[in-house]
Design a binder for this molecule. Sequence first.
Ligand SMILES: [Zn+2]
Length: 267
Amino acid sequence: MKIYISADMEGITGVTHWNEVEHNKPSQYTQFQERMTKEVLAACNGANDAGATEIWVKDAHYSGRNILSEYLPKNVKLIRGWSGHPYSMVQELDSSFDALMMVGYHSMAGQGGNPLAHTMSSSKLDSVYINDQQTSEFFLHGNVAGKHGVPLVFVSGDAGLCEEVKEVSPNTTTHATMVGVGDSTISIQPEESRNMIQKKVADTLKGDTKSCIWKHPGSFVLRIRYIKQQSAYRASQYNGATLIDAKTVQFDTDNYDEIMRFMLFTV
Ligand SMILES: [Zn+2]
């Protein structure tokens, strides 16, 4: 059983402030870097409890160089940094994987649920819609798994995200690390959080994972509202893109890979 884990940081248990997820603020970051690593480890342990043979982990936060690899089990391959491939937070994901899991993910741009809520870029994007569904990093990358027929079996992150997951993908197991309230969080205890992650991942992988495969529509309409009109105008120059209003660009395609490619070059 070959497993893919995509790990972000803003939804790791207790993370509340940008200083805690930025490596150039070591006095605050280091504690949460270790916590992120341990939550990924808990997911790996759960996968191994269920019989995983191979686990690929994508360090998918900021520099892509956060996870402390010496903590991880021996059957893990860790992807660090950013290749420049459109699949971004799920780089190298393909149909050879038996399941995708997301750890430390967070609520989307334009929503409450996490003091650090955003989608891909907190400085550039106001909101992203795919086929009128407001889109988070979970939804954007979950669709890559859907394209390849890989079930998205487990997501951990803030409670707001978990609600979104349940609406979009009701059979996916969720684990809420905390509730975001305005600029604060109310989180569960980190060790308890890890214990729950390990158990939920193991139970999920032993169950019916096929029910977590997303079915794709035949075509996609991507609509991005940028924070600055200058960014929208620039993105509207992408082949096939249309400027809808000063800050909004639309891009239509029947190939989901082209959505991810558009994001790569215009965000
Ligand atoms: Zn992040």
